[in-house]
Design a binder for this molecule. Structure first.
Ligand code: PTJ
Length: 267
């Protein structure tokens, strides 16, 4: 399929954001990302603007709890879809190694060909094993999308599952199965954000590498200290903090609009 591409100059004020966009388009052309994934990214970008395109304190708090949950887990699994594979394949592998987690491909718009391609990308970035391609033979109960198909050695038996750009139905279904669900989602009001055990409101491009770094650092902490991080974690409070952060930020921005608008003197 012919897709127009542009070279983005480093000096462009929105360089980072445009490079991420191009990476997703590339993923689309390579058959890793679905068109719906491009739309999903646009929704995410909007929320990223609101938090200032940076990792905010409530997200860091959630990431510390997420790292603790992953390190304490018996069967942690990182679930990978098209967008995650296109944006952060190397960081997924690094995080999986840090917490000894399995990596599983799980797709909303599943095709065997795309699942295979995503596994290849992850393997090219150092993953030794990728579940969910030929072995997605178990079923998550009460779930009707293609995401119900999971590996009996992976998500099906996992106690902690990390998901990103997830849909609310599966998050709820995984919670009903008694699993701890860690979600990375830029929308603090999405059904996934509200249903997850731990919600990291941040862009996957910042959150996954940061989470890997935190997990590597926390790995040597005593189990009791990790347990206490988890015990004191309150997801509803963290999501409220995100909303208060956005509210305060918009208030501040509204005060400085006159200095920020482009005023050349012409109407
Ligand atoms: O690869 P597949 O077949 O599994 O399909 C993946 C998509 C993303 C198409 C599918 O999961 C989907 O339709 O997702 P939704 O329902 O659009 O949800 C995406 C959520 O992720 C929204 O709440 C977005 O705000 C959020 N989001 C989008 N981009 C990012 C993000 N969150 C974190 N980082 C991002 N880069």
């Amino acid at each position: 399929m012919g897709v127009a591409r542009v070279e983005i100059p480093r000096s462009h004020p929105r360089y980072e954001s445009l490079v991420i966009r191009e990476r997703l388009v590339e993923g689309f052309v390579e058959g890793i990302v679905v068109p719906q994934g491009l739309i999903a990214h646009g929704r995410g970008e909007c929320f990223d603007y609101l938090i200032g395109e940076r990792t905010i304190e409530p997200a860091l708090k959630a990431m510390r709890a997420a790292a603790a949950a992953l390190l304490l887990a018996k069967h942690p699994v990182i679930s990978v879809n098209g967008n995650v594979a296109a944006l952060v394949p190397g960081d997924v592998v690094r995080l999986a190694k840090a917490v000894n987690a399995k990596i599983e491909v799980n797709l909303f718009y599943r095709s065997e060909e795309r699942a295979r391609r995503i596994a290849e990308v992850l393997k090219a970035h150092g993953a030794e094993e990728v579940l969910g391609v030929d072995d997605a033979t178990a079923t998550i109960p009460e779930l009707f999308s293609e995401r119900r198909r999971v590996s009996p050695r992976g998500i099906y038996v996992a106690d902690v599952v990390l998901v990103a750009l997830e849909d609310g139905d599966r998050t709820e279904a995984l919670r009903r199965m008694g699993k701890t669900v860690i979600a990375i989602d830029l929308n603090p009001l999405s059904r996934t954000s509200l249903a997850a055990s731990i919600t990291v409101v941040d862009n996957v491009v910042r959150a996954v590498p940061k989470l890997a770094e935190l997990a590597e650092a926390m790995k040597t902490e005593p189990e009791d200290s990790l347990k206490s991080v988890l015990k004191t974690y309150d997801n509803a409070e963290v999501l409220s903090e995100v909303l208060r952060y956005v509210e305060a930020r918009l208030r501040e921005l509204s005060k400085t609009m006159r200095e920020r608008v482009w005023s050349s003197g012409s109407p």
